[in-house]
Structure formats: C-alpha cells, structure tokens
Write a protein that binds this ligand. Structure first.
Ligand SMILES: [Zn+2]
Length: 275
C-alpha cells in the first residue's frame, strides 16, 4: 500500500473523481468518490451535484449521474441509492433493488449503509463533509459503503458493517479492507462540549478529541475515530487506508456543508462488482 499517496484523482469523460491506490489494480472492482467537477449544475451546485434534494433541476441531476456512470463504466439502471438519515442501519442489496431512489421511489426510511454480493449492482452513498467508508474483501465478491457523519461515527456504523460481513457472510476479518474517503477533517470539524462528551463516552480521552484554544470548543478527528472503530473490531491496520483529504479545506474540489453553511451540492460514493 502506498501510504504517501493513498488516492489518485482521475478525470475521465469530463468527470473528476477519486480512487484509492489500494484498489487501483483490483479489476473486479468499480469504485469512486466524486468531486464537484464534471457536471452540468450551476451556482452553488456547480457542477456535479448528485443530490435530488438540493433544489436542483431533476434533469441536471440525472445528467450528472449519467456522466458519472459513463466515467465509471456502469449502467445507470444498476444504481441503488441509500436513504441516509444519520443512523446506522445497513441493507444487503441484490438485483431487486436496482434503481432504488434513482428511477423509482426509495423504498427505505433509514439506510446509512449498503452492501452487495451481486455483480453489476452499483451502490451509491451521498456526502458533503460526512465520512465515506468503502469496504471490500478481495477474492470474496463483496462490496459495501457506509455514511458516517458524527452520529454514524459514534454509532459505530463501521463496526456494524464488519459484523454483518463476518457473521452473516462468513468473510474472514483479515480479508476485509476499508478505505476512509474525503470528509471534514480535524482541522475544520469543531464541536461544542456536548458533542465532544458524546465522543468521549464512546472513545474515551483520546488525542483525536482535542480541546481548542476556544473555551468549550473541541476539534474531532473523525478519520481517527472511524479507524479506531475498525481496528477495535479486528480489521488489520494495514487494511485500512485514510485519504486525509478535508472537504472543508478543499471546497474548490468538494462540496462542504460546513464551509457553505448548507448552500451546497452533494458528492457521491460509488462501488460495484464488475459483471
Ligand atoms: Zn479542513
């Protein structure tokens, strides 16, 4: 694994997206995390907005998805969108869910994580500062994605995915690899004492929950929190990669909810097993 360059930015058919170096040679795997570049949306949504709930024209959002699908070489009809509500429910999906939340109504009320063992089903999760967790086990035909905002992080959604894979899918712990994608970093994720206390109740007194120079304010490193959750449930450290890219610092590249006080588009995480 290349620690120094854990990811690479790729521009393909206009769309710029990020891929993890860890998986660049995995020819059975499709994965990507979009940036704001390569779409047709305008204004605060410029240009690759993947959220249907951001006040964008539906047609533009569909065109944006079409461009991403072309770049990643997946069919738009294979997309399965989750229903993210900052909880920790995870669904296993198959052929049956294709199109969910995309060209047919979202059948779920609360789904912050998806996984599949079915080839040709493309998992889609949405972000704008929250932490994207990408799961893969080379050789086992399984992919998963989770949306870990601060609530999903303290709710340990990463652990839930690992437990499902190990207990229900019989995947060996040592085979599971996890990539932690771009999100708000410790540099920009400042919270009040009440939120910091919730983190301390789960993680204890850790240096990734830092008192700032301001009274009653804390900076939290969500990447370190999620890495700790994964290591505590037995994922090997060399199987965890952290992109260490802050969406709030790099708002020219990513949509950031905090930076824009909510005036932003939506980024997408994509994963599939090739047909
Ligand atoms: Zn930052």
């Amino acid at each position: 694994m290349n620690e120094k360059y854990p990811y690479r930015l790729i521009t393909n058919k206009e769309v710029t997206y990020l891929q993890f170096s860890l998986w660049e040679k995995e020819d059975k795997l499709v994965h990507g995390f979009t940036t704001r570049h390569g779409g047709v949306s305008t204004g605060i949504l410029a240009s690759l907005n993947l959220g249907f709930n951001r006040g964008d024209d539906k047609e533009k959002v569909y065109e944006n998805y079409q461009r991403v699908c072309k770049a990643l070489e997946v069919e738009c009809s294979s997309l399965v969108l989750s229903k993210q509500v900052h909880e920790t429910h995870i669904e296993k999906v198959t052929e049956e869910e294709k199109g969910n939340g995309f060209n047919r109504p979202n059948k779920w009320e609360s789904v912050d994580g998806l996984y599949t063992r079915t080839k040709g089903v493309t998992l889609v999760t949405h972000f704008a500062d929250c932490v994207p967790l990408f799961f893969y086990a080379p050789g086992y035909d399984i992919v998963g994605m989770a949306h870990a905002g601060w609530r999903g992080t303290v709710g340990q959604i990463g652990r839930k995915m690992v437990e499902l894979w190990v207990e229900k899918e019989c995947i060996p712990l040592s085979a599971i690899q996890v990539a932690i994608g771009p999100s708000i970093g410790p540099c920009c994720f400042e919270v009040d004492k009440e939120v910091a206390d919730i983190f301390k109740a789960v993680f204890g007194e850790e240096d990734f929950i830092q008192n700032t120079s301001k009274e009653q304010k804390y900076n939290i490193d969500l990447w370190a929190c999620n890495k700790q959750v994964l290591m505590n449930c037995g994922i090997l450290e060399h199987n965890i990669v952290v992109s260490k890219l802050c969406t709030c610092c790099h708002d020219n590249l990513f949509f950031s909810h905090r930076k824009t006080k909510g005036q932003r588009g939506t980024l997408g995480g994509f994963m599939a097993l090739k047909d």
